[in-house]
Design a protein around this ligand. Structure first.
Ligand SMILES: Cc1ncc(COP(=O)(O)O)c(C=O)c1O
Length: 437
């Protein structure tokens, strides 16, 4: 094992030995290399005559660049856009993101959390976490309705065993007792489980109430207290898009990050959806854990392992993407812009509810609970979801996502408010067409 990894492991072991048992084989071996990076950093400080360390090209004291490239990047210098960012992410972006997360999640203030490490979108963040915390045959427990990419990352790429917990009970909210039953039974006899939580949820658009959130947190804490190590991965991709009074308005990370030494909470979030910059690929990984004593060194060790994993996968996330996001977050307009877009999406969600309250749809489908995010789902009563999807596309030019035999996902995030009724009326027509055939 590399001595730098050994040193990080020693720090982690001394601060919270449970963490060492949660890390995967790869996670134990990860470190952030010194070599070229630290020599370059030293040269940056002291090589004031000639610096021939960095793997980029310079010219006349500036970053070498094509004017034909820079003409598309107005407002950022080549050194803020074309050069490499650190594998940890731009320091100012990491601090700004942390500051805003504390603002949006006031209960995090005073808790032991790491500085966010930048990833190439949340997908890459999940992949990095899978490298660090998941070994083949580890059990990853996912929601039974879920974003399909979890399966690709945890099962296909990592060879993890997949378990499920139910999202809904049919009683109108999150299935807390189903969650408890599944988590307790699947963790029995296991040293470690990895649980993925995602609110606002893809595909249903549901976010738990404070009571449901507290129950989930208590179940995971009690499993941890009973001796199973719990890695809770909290996918906050759609964080902040909460449209109703009764939903939990802070991340469930706040309820888990300081609960028990045997429970590691990891928050994944990103500018992707929060700042409406899907293709700029800026995501973040933040750790929260309960530690007796000084948490800083262990958190820093986890950051270094995470940045090492970023370095070993993509080297670093787009400097241009990070700089654009940082500049926007520091711009006085950004809070008002964010509020404006939130209101547009909220109006659409409210319109979906108004339209679906019409009893004319009653025989065709049930509506799953939703109160947040981009999506909502309906459960078809009489026709097959995939057949209907194809029919709607072929006959009416309407595109929806079919999930399993009965469910259709509607992304109201990309529907104008005035088109929402037309969409559901068309789906109803489609159902009637198929029933006639
Ligand atoms: C639940 C969930 N997590 C993660 C992602 C991916 O986010 P990113 O585009 O930042 O990789 C998505 C959406 O595409 C998602 O729905």
């Amino acid at each position: 094992m590399n001595p730098l990894a050994e040193e990080l492991n020693r720090i982690i072991q001394e601060t919270n030995p449970n963490l060492m048992d949660m890390l995967s084989g790869v996670g134990k071996h990860l470190f952030f290399p010194k070599g070229i990076l630290s020599q370059s950093a030293e040269a940056k400080e002291k090589a004031n005559r000639l610096n021939a360390t960095i793997g980029i090209a310079t010219e006349e004291g500036d970053i070498m660049h094509f004017p034909s490239v820079m003409s598309s990047i107005e407002g950022l210098a080549p050194k803020e856009s074309l050069t490499y960012a650190s594998s940890f992410g731009i320091p100012a972006l990491r601090s700004k993101w942390q500051e805003l997360q504390l603002e949006k999640n006031p209960s995090l203030v005073g808790k032991s959390t790491s500085l966010p490490v930048v990833t190439c979108g949340i997908t890459h963040g999940i992949s990095v976490l899978a490298d660090m915390w998941v070994d083949p045959n580890d059990l990853v427990i996912l929601p039974d309705m879920m974003w399909g990419n979890y399966n690709m990352i945890f099962s296909v790429r990592k060879g993890a065993k997949i378990g499920k917990y139910p999202v809904f009970s049919g009683q109108g909210g999150f299935d807390v007792s189903g969650f408890e039953k599944q988590i307790r039974s699947q963790s029995k006899g296991r040293d470690k489980i990895i649980v993925v939580l995602n609110f606002p949820h893809n595909p249903t658009g549901y976010t738990v109430t404070p009571e449901e959130g507290a129950h989930i947190a208590e179940v995971l804490s009690s499993v941890a207290r009973d001796g199973t190590r719990v890695v809770a991965i909290i996918d906050d991709a759609y964080f902040g898009l909460f449209y109703e009074k009764e939903t939990l308005k802070e991340s469930i990370f706040t309820l888990l990050c300081d609960r028990h030494e045997n429970l590691l909470a990891i928050k994944l979030d990103g500018a992707t959806k929060e700042n409406y910059v899907w293709g700029l690929r800026v995501g973040f990984v933040t750790y929260g854990l309960k530690i007796n004593g000084e948490a800083g060194p262990a958190l820093e060790a986890l950051e270094r392992k995470t940045a090492g994993c970023v370095r070993g996968t993509i080297s670093n996330a787009s400097h241009l993407g990070q700089s654009i996001v940082l500049k926007s977050m520091n711009d006085d307009r950004s809070k008002a812009e964010s509020k404006d877009k939130f209101e547009v999406l909220k109006e659409r969600a409210i319109r979906v509810k108004e339209v679906l309250a019409d009893p004319k749809y009653q025989d065709a489908w049930d509506v799953y609970p939703f109160n947040s995010g981009y999506f909502m789902c309906i459960c078809l009563k009489t026709v097959n979801a995939e057949e209907l999807r194809r029919h709607l596309l072929d006959k009416y030019g309407v595109g929806l996502i079919a999930l399993g035999n009965t469910d259709l996902r509607v992304a109201f995030s990309c529907l104008e408010k005035d088109n929402i009724e037309e969409l559901f009326d068309t789906v109803l027509k489609g159902v009637e067409d198929l029933k006639k055939n």
